[in-house]
Each structure stands twice: as structure tokens, then as C-alpha cells.
Design a binder for this molecule. Sequence first.
Ligand code: ATP
Ligand code: MG
Length: 339
Amino acid sequence: MEFQTATCKPTILTGDRATGPLHLGHYVGSLAQRVDLQQKYEQTILVADMQGLTDNAHNSKKVSSNILNVVADYLAVGIDPEKTTICLQSQLPALAELTMYYANLVTISRLERNPTVKAEIQSKGFERSLPAGFLTYPISQAADITGFNASLVPVGDDQLPMLEQTNEIVRKINSLAGRSVLNECSPLLSKAPRLPSTDGKSKMSKSLGNAINLGASEKEISKAVKSMYTDENHLKVEDPGKVEGNIVFTYLDAFHPDHEYVQSLKAHYQRGGLGDGTTKKILEECLQEMLRPIRLKRMEYLDDKAQLIDLLKRGSEVSREKTNRVLREVKGVFGLNIF
Ligand code: ATP
Ligand code: MG
């Protein structure tokens, strides 16, 4: 997919809920791409604190205390604040206003059909106590994306339904305006758009407490790898084993730099003669090596919180101007720009 044109740099908007430190799923699903993309594109990353409140309003400390953790994670993996604008959602009132305008264009039944939100509502056990903010967060996410008039969004595959809803809103606004006011956006999926948890039962996720964080200690990494689901029928080393659904191989595919070596390990495992202890050891070494420098940098950044706050503040100021401009356009579509 090539979006670059000679005249204009396409805009990327992406973000993360401030519901916990970032993990390997974020890294392989979106962060690594953002590090590459910042060279060529105009990129903004939004720390979604307001979206984090949609299921944590009664435990807001979980959100407020993780804002700087998320920023430190960005910097530790190589997001360069000179190339990428990092901003805080709650500092951009235009996004909340856009959400209110868009809410009139979306039906409740459409919101209830969003498969990701549907699954999240079920796993969180909301039933009748479902917060209106949670059901409607895809609208607020549409406001985030269109607020920057973004055309490209690097995300994991759980976000595809959100992008679909965003584009529906974009088409409605453009049709009401009778001209193109907002851009439709395209997802940019990585080679591992849904990294499973170590038990293989669900997506690795901050809220499910099943993650290997980017700042995980050596011990935590080791424990997580040792507990990984492999092939339950692979009882003896000489037995042929299955690599599909074997989380150790899923992670080796996602993180090991030597693709051919991983292919040869898979063939050996399938023939028999390669034990789970060995494959886990190879994976552990690979993750320890990858995460060590990230952990150290992350700790250094967190040692200077004032610098992180300053960076967020500056990024939010720039973003406030951008999002105000889009808000003005959208208000104009409804004839509400009379002064
Ligand atoms: P929460 O449990 O609070 O929803 P999360 O772990 O799902 O947190 P988000 O902040 O919702 O993380 O997601 C931020 C970005 O990271 C999104 O683009 C999402 O698709 C991507 N992402 C999250 N988890 C994974 C994963 N396991 N594999 C690939 N991408 C992921
Ligand atoms: Mg999520």
C-alpha cells in the first residue's frame, strides 16, 4: 500500500488507551510500524485517557497513573517526538465536541452490532450496567481519527470494526456537506495483528491482565515464557509436534529476527526430536535481548516525569489547533458556524 504523493504527506493517527503499560501485542501490532512510519508520514499518537475512562470511571487512578507509562513506552521503543506528535486526548476539547455531532449520525443498533465492542461488553460482564460512554466509544474514536483528518491508521485487527464505523461517519458528513470534508481512513495491519496471550486463550490485552509488558523484568519474561501453551499432545521430545496454535511458535514468528531459522525449528518440531524446553529457551533469549534495552530506556524516561509532561503538553497544543480546524469544518456542515 503506497499513500505517499509528491505534494502531500498523508496523516497517520493512532493511539492507545491509558489503561496500563504497553505490551508485546502493542509492539508487534502497531508500535514497530509507527517507528518506521514516522520517517515518511505526518504522524500523531494520541494517549486515549478519556477512552480509558469508559470502563474505568470508578477507578480513574488506573487511567491517570498510566498516562506517563504509555508515553515512556513510546519513547523507549523509538518514537521520536521530533518526528511524531504525542498528545493527550482529554486536552483536545474539539474531539469531545466532534463526538457529540457524530453521535447524531449513528444508531444504537449500529453500535450494538460492533463485534469488538460486543465481545468486550460480554467479557467485562456489564449487562444492564453498561456505561453509555463504553457503547459509544467507537464514535469518539471516529472523532479522534477524523479530528486529524487521518488517512492511515496502524492498528491491531480488533480495531477494524472501529475504522469501518469511522468511514461510515465520514461518508455521512461528506454526503450532508455535498463535498469531501473528511478523509476516509485505511487500516495498516502488521504481520501479527492479534498477538495471543501466553495461554493462547485470548488476545494479549492490558485489561485482561495476561500481558508481557515492554517493561517486564527478566524474571517476569522468563516466567511468562515457561508458562506458555505449546502442543498438549507433544508429550515426549521424540514425538512429532504441532506448530499451529503452539504459542511459542506464534511468538517466534512474531519476534525472532531470523525467519529461516524459525522455519527450520518448525520443521524439526513437526518431525519430532525437538523439546518444548528448547523452543522456550530460544524464545526466551530472543525476548530478553529485545526487551532489555527497552526496559532500561523506559526506566530512564520515567525518572524525568517533568520532561514527559512537557512533551505531552507541547504535542497537545499543536494538536489542539489541528482538531479545532476540523471541528470548525464539521460545525459548518450543520450550518452552525454563524460567528
Ligand atoms: P485494553 O485492554 O485496555 O483495551 P489493549 O491491550 O487492548 O488495552 P489498546 O490500547 O486497546 O490496548 O490498543 C492499542 C492498539 O494496540 C490498538 O491498535 C490495538 O489494535 C493494538 N493491540 C492491542 N493489543 C494487541 C494485540 N494483542 N495484538 C496486536 N495488536 C494489539
Ligand atoms: Mg483494547
